[in-house]
Design a protein around this ligand. Structure first.
Ligand code: AMP
Length: 120
């Protein structure tokens, strides 16, 4: 398991050291606007716990944290009006996955046709 780096930018957001535009929050999760949106809607949903990756989360998160993360994603989809029009969920992991911030985050994107999943 990759050690968690408390200096990562999402850890700073969770500690209130840098601002964010919150979309949704509960005891276990925070959802906020991506600072460099790649679509008309681009929100990041993160657990408040110290998890680098989906592997860490699956291995160590409580059932309550797991349920909260899933439900938070659904809340964001509804809050942003993407239930009917559609949306894309994306989780980058590690270097090949292009993960830049080492705190688990789910990208929730939508607001226009998003095209092919990715281009290699
Ligand atoms: P990833 O490449 O999957 O690790 O995605 C990291 C995401 O975090 C990118 O989409 C960035 O635009 C976004 N990001 C980086 N810094 C911030 C910030 N301070 N507030 C909101 N989003 C951020």
């Amino acid at each position: 398991m990759t050690p968690y780096d408390d200096s990562n930018i999402f850890a700073k957001i969770l500690r209130g050291e840098i601002p964010n535009t919150t979309v949704y929050e509960d005891d276990h999760t925070l959802a906020f606007e991506d600072i460099a949106p790649q679509a008309p809607v681009h929100v990041l949903v993160i657990p408040k716990g110290k998890y680098v990756s989906m592997i860490d989360f699956a291995e160590a998160a409580t059932e309550a944290e797991m349920a909260a993360l899933n439900r938070a994603v659904a809340h964001v989809i509804k809050i942003k009006g993407l239930s009917e029009s559609g949306h894309r969920l994306l989780v980058n992991g590690g270097s090949d996955g292009g993960q830049e911030v080492p705190h688990l985050h789910i990208h929730v994107c939508g607001g226009k046709p998003l095209g092919p999943m990715f281009t290699l």
